[in-house]
Each structure stands twice: as C-alpha cells, then as structure tokens.
Design a protein around this ligand. Structure first.
Ligand code: BG6
Length: 515
C-alpha cells in the first residue's frame, strides 16, 4: 500500500538481454591510485561484489599502482578493512575475499619516475607470460586528470602500452579515466588531443559513474520499451522537466579538490548533462554504443549556450554557510556548492520546454531524480467551483535515481463520495520491491562493460567537449562579473531561496526537498 493508499503489484513478465550480457574478457587491470579514496570506497568493493556474484572473468588479475612503497600484503589488508566498511553486500565472505586477494598485486613509487614503470613492466611481463590474462590490458587511471599525460607518456615509453598503430590485436588495451575530464573547455580539448596521440577513441572509456547507475540506464528502457510514454514525451505534452542531484553531505574533507571544482564542474558538466541527454534524446536506431552516443550528443548540441545576460537571468549559485571554514578552503572562497539553472533545447521535440537542473551539497536530504511535469488540464471542465480547481495538479512522472530507486506516476482521481472532489494519487514502482534484490553499484557495471568493450555507458570525446562548451559561459561570467550574487544557505536546508525565483517568474515551482 502506498502513502496515497494505492496498492500495486509489480511482476516481471519477461526479460531480454542485450549485448551487455556478453561475458567480459579476461584481462589484467592496472589500477593507478589503488590506495586512494575512490579505490577504497568504490572500486575494490565493486571488484569484491563482482567476484561474489561470479561475474569476474576467470583469469582477471589486478596490479595496483600507488605512491606508497609498501608491500602488496599491506595494500590488500587495508582494502579488506575498507571493503568491510563500504561493500554493498555484508558481511564480507572470506572465501570470496581470499579469491580476490590472490589476484591482486602492487607496485609503489613516484608516478613521475621511470623506475616505477620498469617495475610495473616486469610484473606485467611475468603475468602475461603465464597466459592467464590473454594479454588484454585495462588501465584504470583513478588519479587527478593533470597526471594523465605523464602517466600515458611513461606507459608508452616503457613499452607497457603499445602504440595505436602497433596495437596487439587480437589482444586489447583500454584506458578508463575518471572524471573530472579537464577543468574547462581548453584543458579538456587538450587532454582529448593528447590521449588521441596514444589511443584510438575506441580504446578510451571516460567514466561518469552516473551512467552506470541502474536507474539511469532504465531511462532508455522506460522511454523506448513502452509505447505509452514516447508519444507524449515532447513539447506538446510536457510542461517542464526538473533534474535534481541533492546531497546531504558537505565536501567531506575534499577541500583541495572542491576549491578547484565547485558544483557546476563537479556535477552539472558531467552527471546532470548526461542524465538530461538520456532523458531528451531521440530514439537511437539501435542500442549499440555509437548509436546511443550519437543521439545523446545531438541533445547537447541542441542546447543553447547562454549569453552573459542569460547567465545572470537563468543561473543561481549558492554556498553553504560554513564552507569557507572547511579544511583546505580559502576564507574568501567564492566556489559555489550549489547551482540551479535553466536550459533550453532548440529542437523540434523540446522547443519551449525548460529543463531546470539543480545540484548542491549540504542540503536537507540526499535525492537524485528526474521530474517530468506534464501540462495542466484545461480547467474549463472543472471550473464550476473555484474551490475544486486548485486541487487539480498536473501529472508528474518522477524517475527516482537514488535513494529508493524507482518510478512514481502521479495522477488525479475522484475522491469517493457524492461530491466531485479530486485528489492527487501516485503509482509507485520500487526496484527493491519489484525485483527483490539490491541494485548493483554503478562501478560494477562500468568495470564489466569496459572488460566487454561496450562503451555505451561512457562519455565520448565530442560530448565531453560540448558539455564544457555549455558550461564555459557560466564559468566565464562568474569569473568576470563580481556583481553576480553568491547566495548563502544554511546547511541541511533546501538551498538558497533565490533559486525559487528561477521558476516562480515562469509560474512554476521546484518540487520541495522534503527531509
Ligand atoms: C562525484 C562527485 O562525481 O559524485 C562528488 O565528485 C559527489 O562530489 C558524488 O559526492 C555523488 O555521487 P553519488 O553516486 O553519491 O550520487
């Protein structure tokens, strides 16, 4: 029974699998940054859960690379502890962990020193001569983007990474890189240019973990696997779309990172624009990587970049009170921890439908969702009594990305009784309840896809550059116009009140961020 009194049953009536169900190739994963935060919180727990679900290829081995010169056993012991803390499945099963641990080796040293790569080369050679990894190599760069060029150059010089032309087919070499991909348009373009000197675009897997989330992938199935929604998914029926990525945590000691980043670069440039493009794209001719990525990129290309005046009008930035007292944050920092903006897509399907995006830290709750609000009904039928009219709320479809992954459809219904009174009710689909199992972590999916050679859920070069093109007018305006306000908001609140105005002047309002 839902809060609105509706009971719905969800049964899985059929399942078909696409190419991503293919078995991942066996390979060697060389993980730069294995002692870092991401590896502790996400990557090693993801490998553990894949091992637990028997999804790892038989011959998979991992060589971690980190700055600390410590024995491999210490790295493994550290990861055992952090996996106990961060794994989605609990408790850790000894047998599974021990099987994973025996596949992990470690090389420590300075990423700028040739000696590190010489030591790595020896380990790779030994492993490859045993034949277990079939000479397939997946390099995962979980390090700041400014280190990519040096690491790639040294991998090439030390003969670890073959030149594009000399690619050792049928074995493959792929590189996964973490976001943020560049700091602005120039640095992202330069990074892409540089990587293209080492690798073919097909070898590069630019990771945006939002794309690995089950609920984000479900946007495609939901939109294109149901004939009832696609006909109304356009400007004739949709009033506006709200995409929210609210976090209740602050910057969690990552002052150094956040001072260079801020909410627009951290969340909007990548995660939210990717989600928006899945939401607004045309049906691809197939679910093959290039077909899906072509359509997503078309959306980004159709978004109008803002003029400086539009930035002042359509973007609100905020900073939570206390941010400037955080560790490694400048006392006079103007880095926004919150941003809300309005974007418009200049194409046949979406012309005139605003997409409102908001992302922020230290808010009242953790919530990531897409809210598609349909147009209001013509009131003429119901305006016999003004007291009833205000009850008629437009239909809203909410795609809940996290937490409580699922879908909620809100619609109007007659309240039983003699009077003609309407009430909004909801139909609520929950992944947990429908499928009875927890949703896998995004990194599990993305690691497997990279091993399968499926780039559908990774960002392509042109899309990354286009996303930066869309963000640059905002970043430039903030940098050059000190008059643009930076609104303060209380921690654990709904964000700066100023962002209400963004919608209110068009007669709309945000879905409240209820705690
Ligand atoms: C990361 C950002 O990309 O996404 C973090 O750098 C943010 O600042 C995180 O906290 C949010 O991810 P998720 O999966 O918890 O929504």
């Amino acid at each position: 029974m839902t809060a609105d009194g509706m009971e719905i049953t969800t049964s899985v009536v059929g399942a078909s699998s696409g190419s991503r169900e293919l078995a991942p190739d066996t390979c060697l994963v060389v993980l730069f940054g294995i002692t870092g935060d991401l590896a502790k919180r996400k990557l090693v727990p993801a490998f553990y859960n894949l091992a637990r679900d028997r999804k790892l290829p038989e011959g998979l081995h991992i060589i971690g690379v980190g700055r600390e010169e410590i024995p491999a056993e210490d790295v493994i012991a550290m990861h055992r502890k952090t996996t106990e803390k961060f794994s989605r499945s609990q408790p850790i099963e000894d047998e599974v962990w021990n099987d994973l641990a025996r596949r992990i080796d470690y090389v420590g040293g300075d990423f700028n020193e040739d000696s590190l790569y010489a030591a790595l080369y020896q380990k790779v050679l030994t492993l490859e001569s045993s034949g277990v990894t079939r000479n397939n190599q997946l390099y995962y760069l979980s390090v700041p983007a400014q280190l990519f060029p040096n690491i790639l150059t040294k991998l090439r010089r030390s003969r670890l990474m073959p030149a594009v032309a000399a690619s050792r087919l049928p074995a493959w070499t792929r590189v996964m890189v973490e976001k943020p991909f560049g700091h602005d348009l120039d640095s992202a373009t330069e990074l892409n240019r540089l990587m293209a000197g080492f690798l073919d675009e097909k070898q590069i897997y630019r990771l945006d973990h939002y794309l690995g989330k089950e609920t984000v992938q479900n946007i495609l199935v939901f939109r294109f696997g149901n004939s009832i929604f696609e006909p109304i998914w356009n400007r004739n029926f949709v009033d506006h779309v709200q995409i929210t990525a609210a976090e209740n945590i602050g910057i969690e000691g990552r002052g150094n990172f956040y001072e260079r980043t801020g909410a627009l670069r951290d969340i909007v440039q990548n995660h939210l624009l990717q989600v928006m493009s899945l939401c607004a794209m045309e049906p691809p001719i197939s679910f093959r990587a290039e077909d899906v990525r072509d359509e997503k990129t078309q959306v980004l290309r159709a978004i109008r970049p803002m003029s400086p005046a539009q930035v002042r009008q359509n973007v609100v930035r905020g900073q939570y009170a206390g941010y400037t007292s955080e560790k490694d944050v400048a006392p006079d920092s103007t880095q926004p921890t919150y941003v809300a903006l309005k974007l418009e897509i200049d194409n046949w399907r979406w012309k005139g439908v605003p997409f409102y995006l908001r992302a922020g830290k230290s808010l009242s709750r953790r919530l990531t969702e897409i809210r598609v609000q349909f147009q209001a009904v013509p009131l003429s039928l119901f305006d016999f009594d003004q007291s009833h009219c205000h009850l008629l709320r437009p239909n809203v479809l909410t795609i809940r990305i996290q937490p409580d992954e699922g879908l909620v459809q809100q619609f109007m219904c007659k309240v039983p009784g003699e009077e003609l009174t309407a009430a909004a009710v909801t139909m609520d689909f929950s992944y947990d309840r429908a499928f009875g199992k927890s949703v896998p972590e995004a990194y599990e999916r993305l690691l497997l896809d990279a091993m399968r050679g499926d780039a559908t859920l990774f960002a392509r070069r042109d899309a990354v550059e286009r996303s930066w093109e869309l963000c640059m007018p905002i970043l430039d305006a903030w940098a050059s116009d000190p008059e643009i306000p930076l609104h303060s908001y209380a921690p654990s609140s709904a964000g700066p009140a100023a962002d209400d105005e963004l919608l209110a002047r068009e007669g709309r309002c945000w879905e409240p961020l209820k705690p």
